[in-house]
Design a protein around this ligand. Structure first.
Ligand code: CP
Ligand code: NVA
Length: 318
């Protein structure tokens, strides 16, 4: 049966760990290993209903560097299901390409796309999850924490959104401590908390959702934030700016974090809103390492779906 990557939960904790290991190998050998070009005859279709810089560039580059090819099917902003039904689109794509990546407004749309095609589908962000981002985030934390990983505390401060949901699942699988702080009415969905806590019971991790950003940041090794109004929520922007003000990551809020904490952000950042300039430009910031790791993590995800034997062989190599 074909495999998809629509949620972090589509992979077992073991598969997530192996994919992260593979991503680290891909990073180490980038530009030097001319033999890691296993996708010579493979193609990817990319569909973006919403804008993108990082996801768009890194998926195309990932395919190019693996020896394959990626193409975008439509200009960003076009909603799926309008010109033809999503199942029809899905049945067309499988006749031409080997894998499809889609950034959509509604999770149901990517589920419908994946259910109606024989090729693997990857979620490049929807209203509920951003699993490729969480893979790159875990990879970045493993690199920065070294042998201390997974004995680290991550604080996510802000909207309980798509990025937060995937981060909760990935953190729980990896066994780290994650404290989410969001205002009431903007907390992550209960079902993500429940699922994360199930994973914690076998991983030894801890995921909690709080209201107080100071409590979440206390002693944190990593402090993570995302925009207050996600793509599609532009008309709530002013209201959210007022509600989220106490959740801004600034020098005052991070005083109680570990002295050598790292600042993470999936980007794009709305400077002066969820994060102050001095922090995102300061010595604690690792946001561009995270952005770089999107490439390596996605190469590993693509290989795990399209060429699992190659992925296993690379992992076996010393
Ligand atoms: N972080 C992220 O997904 O960036 P883009 O929206 O630019 O793809
Ligand atoms: N939560 C943000 C993430 C952007 C990468 C959004 O959905 O717009």
């Amino acid at each position: 049966m074909k495999k998809d990557f629509l949620s972090i939960d589509d992979y077992s904790p073991g598969q997530v760990k192996r994919t992260l290991e593979l991503a680290a190998r891909m990073k180490k050998t980038r530009k030097t290993a001319s033999d890691i070009r296993p996708l010579g005859d493979r193609t990817m279709a990319m569909i973006f209903e919403k804008p993108s810089l990082r996801t768009r560039v890194t998926f195309e580059l990932a395919m190019v560097e693996l020896g394959g090819h990626a193409l975008e099917t439509q200009p960003p902003g076009v909603r799926l299901g309008r010109r033809e039904s999503v199942p029809d689109l899905a049945r067309n794509l499988e006749r031409w390409v080997d894998i499809v990546v889609a950034r959509v407004y509604k999770n149901e749309v990517i589920q419908e796309l994946a259910a109606n095609t024989r090729i693997p589908a990857i979620n490049a962000l929807c209203n509920l999850e951003h699993p490729c981002q969480a893979m790159a985030d875990m990879m970045t934390m493993v690199e920065l924490a070294g042998s201390r990983f997974p004995r680290v505390k991550l604080a996510y401060v802000g909207d309980g959104n798509n990025v937060c949901h995937s981060l909760m699942l990935a953190s729980a699988m990896m066994g780290i401590e994650l404290a989410v702080a969001s205002p009431e009415g903007y907390r992550p969905l209960d079902r993500y908390l429940e699922r994360a806590q199930q994973h914690c019971s076998s991983s030894g991790g801890k995921v909690s959702v709080l209201g107080d950003p100071r409590q979440a940041v206390e002693g944190a090794d990593f402090v993570y934030t995302d925009v207050w109004a996600s793509m599609g929520q532009e008309d709530e922007k002013l209201e959210r700016q007022k509600i989220f003000q106490p959740y801004q990551i600034n020098s005052k809020l991070v005083r109680s974090a570990a002295a050598d904490f790292y600042l993470l952000h999936c980007l794009p950042a709305h400077r002066g809103e969820e994060v102050s300039d001095e922090l995102i430009d300061g010595p604690h910031s690792r946001v561009f390492d995270q952005a770089e790791n999107r490439l390596h993590a996605q190469k590993a995800i693509i290989l795990s779906l399209l060429a699992p034997k190659v992925a296993a062989r690379i992992l076996e190599e010393k």
